[in-house]
Design a protein around this ligand. Structure first.
Ligand code: HEM
Length: 441
């Protein structure tokens, strides 16, 4: 008789629920709760989770580890080879539209590609890739960069007056950029639409436990519909992709956290900050349409490896699967916990340090460990657009300013970077920077 993959004891399952699942759910999977994030930062909650999962892998072995839960087979994927297998084997036999994901997303994106299966999924994935120009520079990049520069300049004017760049203003500015890119310039100040989405996402944090709110859903959908029909020529919105637009708006928000934390990393690493500024100045001197900011993109990817904004990549098995001769039943849930995978010190020598150069040759994604955008056929189709937007936004901030962290948890290299790092309490002194001497002839 074939044996099942290992099953954690009840005591170990309770430890996983307390150290991995509860803190992830408490801080809000779909919309972060800043106060909970601050409390978790105090105790470095993700650090506990990483240590626990490392210990469990040492004791139970490398196969997916089934938790001892009533009513549902649910396993943790703990080894890079298995991460590779699961992501490469999506959506069959590892379905992207997992039970938990469908429960959470039904509230604000019931027709998003993430929650569909079969031929519908294939068609929607294709539509996303076409609209987002996955794998290449977006056809509207020129217009997007102008919007980003515009809003960053506005933010810097305010920072110049006060000498401070803080999260609240950064976030408000980010939302303007996102609304202009996704919905069109007419949506720049339409915070009602994005506030409605935030309400739905807050509800969705409760997944199965929250009832639908038809009035809020209808109000959000009808506002979105107007932008889809209007289809601004230099935005993503259009009637053919209306059902995907909630996902785009929702997914763009965490990129602000990634960019702001990247700024904190640069503030704590002056050598890398100089490289970033040189790249930004060079790009400015090469022309307004310059999209090539590899080092800044790497800084954002590194910020996402260190503090992933999508902590849980979920799958359901559509058939029985075998792992080193051990069986995992059909219909099992799988959790790929990215805060663990990106900081797995047994496999990643650079786990707790800021090492943006790693991304310049794309290595971490080949290692199937640092996967903030996931990988394989379901990899985030917005990845290129996110990296374009964040790197350009950071370039605009860094061209003429230096940043010194004045609030929030202090990063203190070469000591290991914290596992939990709240962007919400971060603020920087923004001071004019000495300009690098141009080496161009
Ligand atoms: C910091 C920003 C972002 C991060 C870290 C991120 C990460 C991810 C991750 C981890 C997934 C799950 C993939 C899987 O299950 O294997 C995903 C899916 C997806 N993302 Fe992103 N994302 C970001 C922003 C965006 C943006 C801005 C867009 C669109 C404009 C976008 C569009 C999508 C779509 C459509 C999917 C579903 C893909 C599928 O099921 O095939 N994402 N993203």
């Amino acid at each position: 008789m074939t044996r099942q993959v290992p099953r954690a004891s009840v005591a170990d399952t309770l430890r996983v629920l307390a150290a991995v699942v509860a803190p992830t759910v408490a801080k809000g999977v779909l919309a972060r709760r800043p106060r909970v994030v601050a409390a978790e930062e105090q105790v470095d909650a993700d650090g506990h989770a990483v240590r626990l999962l490392t210990e469990l892998r040492g004791r139970y072995g490398h196969e997916p580890l089934l938790l001892n839960l009533p009513g549902r087979d649910f396993a943790l994927v703990l080894h890079p080879d298995h991460v590779h297998r699961v992501l490469d084997g999506s959506p069959e036999p590892f379905a992207v539209a997992s039970l938990e994901k469908r429960a959470a997303l039904r509230l604000f994106q019931p027709h998003g590609v993430l929650v569909t299966r079969g031929s519908e999924r294939e068609e929607l994935r294709e539509r996303n890739e076409v609209a987002l120009d996955t794998g290449r520079v977006h056809r509207h990049a020129g217009a997007f960069l102008a919007k980003i520069d515009d809003e960053a300049a506005d933010l810097l004017r305010r920072a110049d007056r006060t000498g401070v760049l803080a999260w609240d203003d950064f976030r408000r500015t980010w939302w303007r950029v996102v609304r202009r890119i996704v919905l069109g310039d007419a949506a720049r100040d339409d915070s009602i639409t994005t506030d409605l989405l935030t309400r739905l996402r807050m509800d969705a944090n409760w997944a199965f436990a929250h009832p639908n709110r038809p009035r809020v859903e209808r109000a959000f959908a009808s506002r979105l519909h107007r932008y889809a029909v209007r289809a601004a020529p230099d935005a993503l919105a259009s009637p053919g992709v209306e059902s995907q637009m909630p996902q785009w708006l929702f997914a763009y928000e965490p990129a602000a956290m990634a960019a702001f934390r990247a700024l904190a990393l640069l503030a704590a690493h002056p050598e890398q900050a100089s490289r970033a500024r040189e790249e930004a100045v060079l790009a400015r001197d090469s022309g307004a349409d310059e999209t090539d900011l590899p080092f800044l993109r790497a800084c954002v990817q590194e910020s996402l490896r260190l503090w992933p904004t999508s902590p849980a990549i979920l799958r359901d098995t559509t058939e029985e699967t075998v792992w080193n001769g051990h069986v995992l039943p059909q219909g099992s849930g799988l959790l790929l916990f990215t805060p663990f995978l990106g900081r797995d010190a047994e496999n990643l020598p650079y786990a707790d340090a800021f090492t943006p150069d790693l991304w310049l040759d794309g290595r971490p994604e080949h290692d199937w460990e640092a996967i903030p955008f996931s990988a394989g056929p379901a990899q985030c189709p917005g990845r290129d657009l996110v990296l374009l937007t964040t790197s350009r936004f950071l370039a605009a901030l860094l061209e003429r300013h230096d940043y010194h962290q004045r609030a929030g948890k202090e990063l203190d290299p070469p000591r290991p970077l914290p596992h939990t790092f709240s962007p919400f309490r971060l603020a920087f002194d923004a001071v004019p920077a000495p300009q690098p001497v141009s080496t161009a002839w």
